[in-house]
Design a protein around this ligand. Structure first.
Ligand SMILES: [Zn+2]
Ligand SMILES: [Zn+2]
Ligand SMILES: [Zn+2]
Length: 90
């Protein structure tokens, strides 16, 4: 773990991926609603947050092993690592 970074996964991120489209890719298929959007920093999939009924971002992190998401909300600049429960603003 590099000094000053909350975890090694966040420390590896050099350029934050922003969403291609501002929708949850899974909720739009089923017509479900979401609260906030998160973008996977490994594959750029944009999915819904833990306040949303389906929690697709967390499910994706667990199933894929992709640890870090960024907020996809306008004006929010932070990263979160699921396995380490680590948070960082950028
Ligand atoms: Zn981590
Ligand atoms: Zn969703
Ligand atoms: Zn991913």
């Amino acid at each position: 773990m590099s000094s000053g970074e909350p975890c090694s996964h966040i420390g590896e991120i050099t350029e934050v991926k922003r969403p291609a489209r501002r929708v949850c890719e899974e909720c739009v298929k089923t017509g479900d609603r979401w609260v906030h959007l998160r973008t996977c920093q490994a594959c750029r999939r944009t999915l819904c947050c833990d306040s949303s009924p389906n929690r697709h971002a967390r499910a994706h992190a667990l199933s894929s092993g992709h640890p870090v998401i960024a907020s996809a909300e306008p004006g929010e600049r932070w990263l979160y690592c699921y396995p380490d429960d680590a948070y960082a603003e950028y």
